[in-house]
Design a protein around this ligand. Structure first.
Ligand code: KIV
Length: 290
């Protein structure tokens, strides 16, 4: 059986991202955590990331540290079932790539067996060995530098990184080491525009920015941020295109009002008995209580 098909539409691939960087076509990545959000995103974006941000966005955690492989597998499977055309990247959660090369491979390989096309992991040069081990086993790896949320305790909060010369130099060095180790792309999160621009021009692989200015090869945001589904503090780097929270809550409250007022369901939302069964149901008598 041939594995090569002429049929469109082509799935976005890792080499495609490289081509787009060379052509100067910006890459669009968004998070999705379930089938419903993946189906909305897929026709519009190039890359879908099942991010460990599922922890704070959907599961009610304060940060991403409690997110486990079991939780991530559950969400990766849900998104993968939609067979997205976009490149599907699965985020390696905290402690899934820290303990041994064997465990790292088992976790990342499990994502691929569930339908992801690549994995993402946070950290700089100290993750180079893990990246090499994964790439050696045919697992494409996206790196992630700068404000890496899994390092929240080391950073002392969610703060912009690389603002002093030493930290900026370290980030440039980390970026080169990750490219050398075989990463196919790098997320740059929460770093100054000038630093992200320097990294982007120094690397052959594409950079995908979030709070890293406009000079990256692409941009990523959390689905719920773009659509205004979360109330409360909004990071400076987020641009919200609809007040999804308000729009959805308004629609829900109109439905609740209809239920309370007896206007829902109407005959269009109800099923009817055929004539033959109706008389039997009407003639039925409840048995006398024992
Ligand atoms: O988990 C996530 O959503 C991320 C992106 C925001 C880059 O890592």
């Amino acid at each position: 059986m041939s594995h090569v098909s002429d049929a469109a539409p082509a799935r976005v691939s890792v080499p495609q991202l490289h081509k787009w960087k060379q052509e100067g076509r910006r890459i669009v990545m968004v998070t999705a955590y379930d089938a419903a959000t993946a189906r909305i995103a897929d026709p519009v974006v190039d890359v879908i990331l099942v991010g460990d941000s599922v922890g704070n966005v959907c599961l009610g955690f304060e940060n991403t540290l409690p997110v486990s492989m079991a939780m991530m597998n559950h969400h990766v499977e849900a998104v993968a079932r939609t067979k997205p055309r976009a490149l599907l990247v699965a985020d390696m959660p905290y402690l899934s790539f820290h303990l041994s090369a064997e465990e790292t491979l088992r976790n990342a390989g499990g994502f691929l067996q569930r339908g992801a096309a690549a994995v993402k992991l946070e950290g700089g040069a100290k993750r180079a060995d893990a990246v090499r081990a994964l790439v050696d086993c045919e697992i494409p790896v996206m790196g992630h530098l700068g404000l890496t949320p899994q390092s929240v305790n080391v950073m002392g909060g969610f703060k912009v990184q690389g603002r002093v010369a030493e930290a900026a130099m370290q980030l440039l060095e980390d970026a080169l080491r990750l490219e050398e180790a075989g990463c196919f792309a790098l997320v740059l999160e929460g770093i100054p525009t000038e630093l992200a621009a320097r990294v982007t021009e120094a690397l052959r692989i594409p950079t995908i920015g979030i709070g890293a200015g406009p000079h990256c090869s692409g941009q990523v945001l959390v689905f719920h941020d773009v659509l205004g589904l979360i109330q409360g503090h909004k990071a400076r780097f987020v641009r919200t295109y609809i007040n999804g929270y308000g729009v959805l809550q308004d629609a829900l409250s109109r439905w609740a009002e209809d239920v309370r007022g007896g206007a829902f369901p109407g005959s269009e939302e109800s099923y009817r008995l055929p004539e033959s069964a109706r008389s039997a149901v009407e003639a039925w008598q409840a048995p006398a209580p024992k």
